[in-house]
Design a protein around this ligand. Structure first.
Ligand code: TXA
Ligand code: MG
Length: 317
């Protein structure tokens, strides 16, 4: 067995394994990550290989705190303000690497920048503190699949024996971190995620743009933003207000159309945070019913709904 409960002894063993170049999947508040030592080129190459991930798609480096992050990248005052507002938490900052860098070139896929994040999940924090190294971790899914929000999802993608998995139940947020870059000095959202646009604007006291690439995914500024990144096997029919024969239904809110096939409601009460937490698990479950098409009810394009709709559009592409 390679799925372990999140006991201190197991986390300690996982930390030692990471230090020795091993791969470990661990929970964060967003999704399960597939961790490796970012200073170890072989370990990072193995992460790309096992995920089937294009080498040009860089990884996020996780740290225990802001001080450790400062050792790896140059923080502008705006980056500093965002880190203070949201770390530990589901925000990733893309910043110029501090040189010379101990990080393998593979981590940032040859870019001069690196994406950094301080996770709040207690297991992720314990692992970072015990390992005493930064941990590079993409979402622990095969490239192109939906991100995993439980240890079972990780096993579904890689089998039980590919690497150790620390199981601490479902991830609270269920959506990946918001990725922010600093084109021309001003912050831009490269990937909408678990922290909303509005929350970021409130923290900065100013408006913040979306990098157009996140809506024109052919030329990604954040290379993970390729159109089909979250594709399930089934076809998705977005903005469905009725359900056709043979379709499964991904519902939202209490006004649910009649359906013969399986229905999962992201949030009966119309709560976007609950919907975000349920999204990837629901997509996986409905995909497994074998339905050819999943009808998806409209989700409001505001707050976390922006990130939810982003993932739904990608899953439909
Ligand atoms: O919530 C999360 O962010 C999860 C957990 C495990 O922390 N991780 C995650 O990693 O979603 P991944 O590899 O699936 O997505 C990383 C995203 C990609 O869209 C990638 O292109 C972007 O971050 N990214 C990483 N480094 C970058 C860089 N230097 N410049 C621009 N985008 C970068
Ligand atoms: Mg991913």
């Amino acid at each position: 067995m390679t799925v372990f409960a999140a006991t201190e002894a197991n986390i300690d063993r996982a930390a030692a394994s990471l230090r020795n170049g091993g791969l470990v999947s661990f929970p964060t508040e967003t999704v399960y990550g597939l961790g490796a030592d970012p200073r170890n080129g072989r370990a990072i190459a193995r992460v790309f290989e096992i995920k089937g991930r294009p080498q040009f798609n860089p990884l996020i480096v996780h740290l225990a705190n802001l001080e450790d992050a400062r050792a790896l990248a140059e923080f502008t005052w705006q980056a500093e303000a965002l880190a203070r507002a949201f770390w530990p938490g589901p925000l990733s900052l893309v910043l110029p690497k501090r040189l010379p860098s101990p990080l393998s070139e593979l981590v940032s896929a040859g870019l001069e920048t690196v994406a950094l994040r301080v996770p709040s999940h207690k297991v992720a924090q314990a692992l970072l503190n015990l390992a005493q190294i930064p941990i590079a971790a993409p979402s622990a899914n095969r490239s192109g699949h939906v991100s995993p929000t439980t240890a079972d999802h990780v096993v579904a993608d890689f089998g039980p024996d590919a690497f150790d998995i620390i199981d601490d139940g479902p991830c609270e947020r269920g959506l990946e971190s918001t990725v922010i870059g600093f084109g021309e000095g001003s912050p831009v959202i490269l990937r909408p995620g678990a922290i909303s646009h509005e929350e970021i604007e409130t923290a900065l006291g100013r408006k913040i743009g979306f990098e157009p690439s996140s809506h024109a995914p052919r030329q990604p500024a954040s290379p993970g933003q390729i159109a089909s990144h979250y594709a399930p096997r089934a076809r998705l029919r977005l903005n469905a207000r009725s359900v056709e024969a043979g379709e499964a239904l991904l519902a939202f809110g209490e006004d649910v159309p009649e359906a013969e096939g399986q229905t999962i409601n992201l949030s009966l009460g119309g709560d976007l945070r609950e919907a975000a937490a349920n999204l990837f698990g629901a997509l996986r479950t409905l995909d497994q019913t074998g339905a050819e098409t999943i009808a998806v009810m409209p989700v409001p394009e505001k707050g976390l709904g922006i990130a939810i709709n982003d993932r739904l559009r990608r899953a439909a592409a």
